[in-house]
Design a protein around this ligand. Structure first.
Ligand SMILES: [Zn+2]
Length: 365
């Protein structure tokens, strides 16, 4: 049986025509590039709908009751004037693809984390300042586009590390550094024009290469923060910002087993949190012995081991290396993060001919 689809794009509609009611078992409706200002309440009774394309209209809101379209899998409301998403969006539990690009959003509701089927999320071209950590509960998310949100300066590592994530776009944001806890399966990264980025983690070499020699002038970030951890790279006197949550780093070569028991514990707790998000576990929060541990758990790993076969999650302490390509005119500084001295040596053995190590020291202030 063929599904019923309505092609009503480019028709100068000012409202969604009620003729839509005449179509039985309607599953898909295209209403792109009209002049529609509201999604009418009656449309929410057409519960056979799986697909609604409303890009390029004059919508200023999505109705609270949108979740009544209980079979909706695809919603595109890009290029409208929507200012906020309803909290009830979390009830649209079949939604797989959501495109809200090109609107006036300043924040995303935390409830978005309830969209367990969500695979593609496009929030580009808005006025967002941060991503809600709850987005990390969308375990099926594999395409995330947040480009052109010029105030976003940090992608929470728990989000970049989502197990299904394959494509991450963050062109023209204000990123200070690239998240080093990047999902192992990411094969497409766009990060053009984030001019504060001073170094590229080695794990980005595979998914994205042309960026490296293409950098604009670096503007050091103006924001200060207690948790910032800087390293001074001595060859060019460049200050490198390391991931949030870093407390101590070790040079290579180094003694074995310097990573603390504290980090081993965090790693163990992390595995537990796959079954229940720890920030929802109040009892555990009160039991935890140290005041920072809860934050470290909520934020997730700060990085992953650069050795791909290892990819161990890293927390507050790790082995660190800054390198450059040998015999290359590129000024790009790459950074490597390792779970152990052993992994660092493995990496050097395999890559020492191509890269040389740079000296660094921790910036004290
Ligand atoms: Zn490792």
């Amino acid at each position: 049986m063929n599904k019923t689809t309505l092609h009503w794009s480019y028709l100068n509609f000012k409202d969604v025509p009620m003729d839509l009611y005449l179509y039985e078992d309607l599953e898909e409706v295209y209403l792109k590039e009209n002049f529609i200002t509201t999604i009418p309440k009656w449309l929410l009774n057409v519960t056979t709908l799986k697909f609604i394309h409303l890009a390029g209209n004059n919508l200023s809101a999505i109705p609270e009751e949108m979740y009544l379209l209980e079979n909706l899998e695809f919603l595109d409301v890009s290029n409208n004037q929507i200012r906020e998403l309803p909290k009830t969006i979390g009830l649209m539990d079949r939604l797989q693809r959501l495109n809200v690009s090109g609107n006036e959003l300043t924040e995303l509701p935390a409830e978005i984390g309830a969209l367990k089927q969500l695979e593609e999320l496009n929030i580009s071209k808005n006025h967002l300042q941060r991503l809600p950590i709850q987005l990390s509960e969308c375990q099926r998310l594999n395409v995330l586009n947040l480009s052109d949100n010029v105030n976003i300066w940090h992608i929470p590592e728990r989000i970049s590390n989502l197990p299904s994530l394959q494509s991450l776009s963050a062109d023209r944001c204000a990123l200070f550094y690239l998240p080093v806890a990047l999902s192992k399966f990411v094969n497409h990264v766009r990060i053009f024009h984030n001019t504060s980025i001073t170094h590229v983690p080695m794990i980005y070499e595979k998914p994205f290469q042309t960026f490296y020699d293409n950098r604009a002038k670096v503007t050091p970030p103006a924001v200060t923060h207690d948790s910032f951890f800087w390293v001074l790279e001595k060859e060019t006197n460049t200050r490198l910002l390391l991931p949030f949550g870093t407390r101590r780093i070790f040079c290579v070569p180094s003694l074995d087993n310097q990573v603390t028991l504290y980090d081993d514990c965090l790693r163990a707790v992390q595995y537990l949190s796959r079954y229940m998000p720890l920030w929802e576990n109040v009892a555990l929060k009160q039991m935890l012995p140290e005041k920072f541990i809860y934050n470290h758990i909520v934020n997730g790993p700060t990085a992953r081991c650069t050795v791909l076969n290892c990819s161990n999650p890293l927390y507050t302490t790790y082995y660190f290396m800054a390198v450059k390509r040998r015999g290359s005119s590129s000024k790009q500084i790459f950074t490597c993060y390792f779970c152990s001295n052993h992994c660092a040596n493995l990496w050097l053995l395999a890559n020492g001919k191509k890269y040389y190590q740079l000296e660094w020291e921790v910036c004290e202030d």
